[in-house]
Design a protein. Structure first.
Length: 241
């Protein structure tokens, strides 16, 4: 895995994926010729997938300025009241995950919790580059109590008590229930703007698949996707096993 960012090449300068796949010298004990042929074809597709992910990321980075944040959203964090600008800290980019743990819920969403559990250890790394906030509508005391129960160390939790931010940035359903949301904001030249937000939902889902974004934010699914069982259709994370 590359340890430093590189400039993306244009498609005209890239070698064909099939050629790169054929050049691979990786072999595993006792594999058959049939396996190697199928694996080489798959490797070419994996190379194309990597390239497509980078093309999408490049297109995302090139988005024009998004809508300015003009409301004075207020939050309560573990250290007290916080404005929207406070969530940036000393960074120019802010990532917000809207956690499905509203006051009407007895317990938080298991899927959100699984995702955030995977993220918790990455927070110190993420915060080297950008600010991160996890926002939910439950009181901060309730969020902190679950943070301790779950054994999270680093996730910065904030309560959106008015629900206004959650409503504006698609973390509420039409009937007022919780919905997960993932949004990125920038602070440039004294203005805070929305940069990007996940928009893939049930309306854009493919037949036979649960609605999900791409790339998938959950490491869990990334791991299961490389197994013969795959994600399956009859299992989801729970809060305890």
């Amino acid at each position: 895995m590359s340890s430093s960012p590189v400039k993306s090449a244009t498609s005209s300068t890239l070698k064909p994926a099939a050629e790169l796949a054929r050049a691979s010298n990786v072999r595993f004990p006792n594999e058959s010729a049939e396996y190697r042929r199928a694996r080489e074809a798959l490797l070419a597709e994996e190379i194309e997938l990597r390239r497509h992910i980078e093309r999408v990321a490049e297109q995302r980075r090139a988005l024009p300025p998004g809508g300015e944040v003009k409301k004075n959203y207020a939050f309560v964090g573990e250290n007290g009241l916080a404005s929207f600008a406070d969530l940036f800290g000393d960074k120019q980019t802010l990532v917000i995950y809207s956690y499905m743990f509203g006051p009407q819920r007895e317990r938080p969403c298991p899927m959100c919790t699984s995702l955030l559990s995977a993220w918790d250890g990455e927070v110190p790394d993420i915060q080297q580059r950008v600010a991160l906030a996890v926002v939910a509508r439950s009181p901060i005391e309730r969020l902190v109590a679950f943070k301790r129960e779950r054994g999270w160390h680093y996730l910065p939790l904030f309560s959106d008590l008015s629900g206004e931010f959650s409503r504006d940035y698609h973390a509420l359903t039409k009937d007022g229930g919780d919905d997960a949301a993932f949004n990125v904001f920038t602070r440039r030249d004294g203005k805070i703007r929305h940069f990007w937000g996940g928009e893939m939902n049930g309306a854009s889902a493919d037949p036979g698949q649960d609605p999900r974004g791409a790339p998938d934010l959950m490491p869990l699914w990334t791991i299961l996707d490389v197994t013969p069982e795959g994600r399956g259709t009859d299992w989801y994370p729970t809060l305890s096993y």
